[in-house]
Design a protein around this ligand. Structure first.
Ligand code: GDP
Length: 140
């Protein structure tokens, strides 16, 4: 297995409930290193650009609205097999389907307010990291 980098977000529903530390601790306890982190309040243009792949989906407006509703923590996580393992630790998109012990099972409010985002493949991880971070902001 290879050491990988993945892109992670702690979404506004979670920052609003002061869950930044609790969620970051779950990543660190799982063996990830947080090698970049910042708090941003997304503009509509940034949220629409980030989620452009979903622009034809019926929930797109709601998704953009919720991502612009408060601060988000954007992070780069590094660890063994980080992309797939991060998805496991997050749990299913819909918290009612999420397994015990996952972040979404513990904290998500609904499919729309599901507390975290994580890249789903190596290509999207690279693109999403570059969307939010310059190379000098990533300190591995
Ligand atoms: P993820 O990779 O598990 O985050 O899931 P997707 O890539 O399929 O969807 C991206 C994000 O869009 C999800 O994390 C949700 O916040 C949101 N989303 C997906 N499906 C729905 C839905 O049916 N309703 C709403 N309101 N939001 C959704």
């Amino acid at each position: 297995m290879a050491v990988e980098r993945t892109f992670s977000m702690i979404k506004p529903d979670a920052t609003r409930r002061n869950l930044t530390g609790a969620i970051t601790k779950m990543f660190e306890d799982a063996g990830f290193s947080v090698i970049a982190s910042k708090r941003v309040w997304m503009s509509r243009r940034e949220a629409e650009g980030f989620y452009a792949v979903h622009k034809e989906r019926p929930f797109f407006g709601e998704l953009v609205e919720s991502m612009c509703s408060g601060p988000t923590i954007v992070q780069v996580l590094q660890g063994e097999n980080a992309i797939a393992r991060n998805r496991e630790i997050m749990g299913a998109t819909n918290p009612s389907d999420a397994a015990e012990g996952t972040i979404r099972k513990a904290f998500a409010l609904s499919i729309g307010e599901n507390s975290v985002h994580g890249s789903d493949a190596p290509e999207t991880a690279s693109q999403e990291i570059a969307y939010w971070f310059s190379e000098t902001e990533i300190v591995g």
